[in-house]
Unconditional design. Structure first.
Length: 312
């Protein structure tokens, strides 16, 4: 339900939005918060242990583990940008968020999300170099190059996501300030506007293509080249060993893109999907990958296993 709140208008913007959580499941909010809290705690613990382990062990100061650190930082930021406000809404502590705060939260979530996509792509390139051109690995992925890659990922993410703030600020909201969600999302805010939002919809499609679309295509090409390279290896024992080094990355990519794709497609065909399912999916993709990524790398990477055990 949308309400007119004349005193809350600042120009054409409401001074705040009211987040209602998961519509139709208000009585279960406290119970829903329990698994979310457990997953968020596991994500914080797992990624912090991973970061401390790699930082303390000099033998892990290699490009593949530095990229893993970048992924862990993105995971921490992604979940932390959304989950604390989600708890506040689910526990009925505070359901209000200022207009500027809402845009800041939305930008932070998508900025980190796009940066994480870039890190996953770079990790695929890292595996390609390690397997298909191992003699030049240290020359191609020197520490200075790794740092530049991280900066480039941030710049790209900023350039893709900054227009969202501008587009949302241009919309008139006519006092509509009730948002059926647990945190701020671009299209969720745009849908409260009382004017045409076609440009916002097209922007979402373009941003998705420039980030997830291109990255997924590039990752697919990288692994196609890796498999072609492995197919031509003379030793039959070399392929399984090389594939094992890619296993963790493939698991993480599969989890990340599967949840993101489900969420995107559910929104695309939202008229056929219950709203509580849409919102639940949106909450899952900010806690499930951050929780599972350090577990996957911890279980599948012997060096990390040994050093975590030593650290503990």
């Amino acid at each position: 339900h949308q309400v007119m709140a004349a005193p809350n208008l600042l120009g054409s913007h409401p001074t705040f939005f009211i987040l209602v959580g998961i519509p139709g499941m208000e009585k279960s909010h406290t119970w829903i918060s329990v698994p979310v809290c457990m997953m968020y705690s596991a994500a914080l613990l797992g990624n912090l242990v991973l970061l401390v382990t790699i930082a303390k062990e000099r033998s892990l100061h290699e490009p593949v583990y530095i990229f893993l650190c970048m992924l862990a930082v993105c995971d921490l930021l992604l979940s932390t940008a959304a989950v604390p406000k989600t708890f506040s809404v689910l526990w009925s502590l505070s359901t209000q968020i200022s207009f500027s705060g809402c845009l800041a939260q939305m930008f932070s979530i998508y900025f980190v999300f796009v940066a994480e996509l870039a890190i996953l792509l770079v990790m695929a390139f890292d595996r390609y170099i390690a397997i298909c051109d191992p003699l030049r690995y240290t020359a191609i992925l020197a520490h200075s190059v790794v740092g530049k890659v991280g900066v480039a990922a941030l710049i790209r993410s900023f350039c893709i996501m900054f227009p969202a703030i501008f587009l949302l600020k241009q919309l008139p909201y006519c006092g509509h300030n009730i948002m059926p969600h647990t945190y701020c999302k671009h299209i969720g805010v745009a849908c409260l506007a009382c004017s045409d939002i076609s440009i916002n919809i097209w922007y979402r499609v373009a941003a998705g293509f420039l980030s997830a679309g291109l990255d997924a295509t590039s990752i697919t090409v990288s692994y196609a080249l890796i498999f072609r390279c492995l197919w031509g290896l003379p030793s039959p024992c070399a392929s399984p060993k090389a594939l094992h080094t890619c296993g963790s990355h493939l698991c993480v990519i599969t989890m990340f893109y599967t949840l993101a794709a489900f969420s995107f497609l559910a929104q695309r065909f939202s008229q056929h999907v219950p709203r509580h399912v849409l919102i639940s999916l949106a909450n899952l993709y900010v806690v499930v990958p951050p929780m599972l990524n350090p577990i996957v790398y911890g279980v599948r990477t012997r060096q990390i296993q040994e050093h975590v055990a030593h650290l503990l």
